[in-house]
Write a protein that binds this ligand. Sequence first.
Ligand SMILES: Nc1ncnc2c1ncn2[C@@H]1O[C@H](COP(=O)(O)OP(=O)(O)O)[C@@H](O)[C@H]1O
Ligand SMILES: [Mg+2]
Length: 356
Amino acid sequence: MSEYKLPMLPPNVDLETKTVLKQLARANRALAELKGYADTIPNKHILLNAVMINEAKDSSAIENIITTHDDLYKAMSDASGASSAAKEVVSYRTALWFGYEQVKAREMLTTNMIVEIQGVIEKNRAGIRKLPGTVLMNERTGETVYTPPSGENEIRTLLSNLEKYINEDFDDIDPLIKLAVIHYQFESIHPFYDGNGRTGRIINVLYLVLKELLDSPILYLSSYIIRNKSAYYKLLQEVRTEENWEDWIIYILTGIEETAEETLQIVKKINAEVETMSAEIKEKLPKIYSKELIDLLFYEFYTKIAYIENGLSVSRKTAVNYLNALEKEGFLTSEKIGKERIYQNKRLYDLVKYRR
Ligand SMILES: Nc1ncnc2c1ncn2[C@@H]1O[C@H](COP(=O)(O)OP(=O)(O)O)[C@@H](O)[C@H]1O
Ligand SMILES: [Mg+2]
């Protein structure tokens, strides 16, 4: 097994089989529809924060870092009392934003950026593996299924080949097919001691942004991977053992189609809730209503006095009055977390949590 040498990209096989092309069309259609809708939304940060916290939770859950929305809510509003898993999930979302901003600014996705992203997730500077001994095991049996390349030089050579494949379009393979190839290759290089799964899934969305298939980081595969987890591991393995690229690519393309459709539904619902609550606040609290206030109430699924104070440039006292009025009318529910009073937008929270 340790004899296996991971080949460089591109794969030396025909990736665009008939079945792949069929599923590719479906994935591209669903993705284009999501992009089209997302492009029309005025304040995208609202939707992104909501969608990204779910992705952070799901992607971490694949790696057995398990949290609840309640736990996350605490970690986001006041880290001091939060579980370590929740803090890790919040770091994951930070890493996502960081990666997105880098890709937008630099219009490329480099090895160094990937190393930095992993550093943000793991909150350490361990970087690329230097010591041998990393193996991938079957979670159930503990049996070693794959030994990734070892030695920093070997790993860096493979990463630089991957970097070229990501940034230089030296073939005319569709980017969604390439995304499947990139995810497989990255996971197989497995450049870090830990965080490879999560970093690899961040690369997926960054690649979509890089190739302008999305304008903002809104499409994530982790919920799909959780639903189809054993296939995820099995198919990653079969690319190597049987050169079964086809099923792996179809797996990823199906995931893109399904999650694009689901994401479209949820963002439409959040958007509708923004409209509904807007209209209700306008009616019941006309004196405090403003577009900016609504944005602040939906920015995260909770808010704080200071956010209102700064966001609306009002005094602390006014901010408190606004929040109290909103709570009295049932738009927010407050709770003291740590030293601070946190105001939850329960309607948004429930939409994000239950995703329906
Ligand atoms: N047989 C395999 N071949 C290639 N990659 C694999 C295989 N099995 C699992 N993986 C990848 O390894 C990831 C786990 O790696 P790990 O470094 O522990 O990630 P994380 O810390 O994010 O937990 C999985 O999510 C998957 O993407
Ligand atoms: Mg891990």
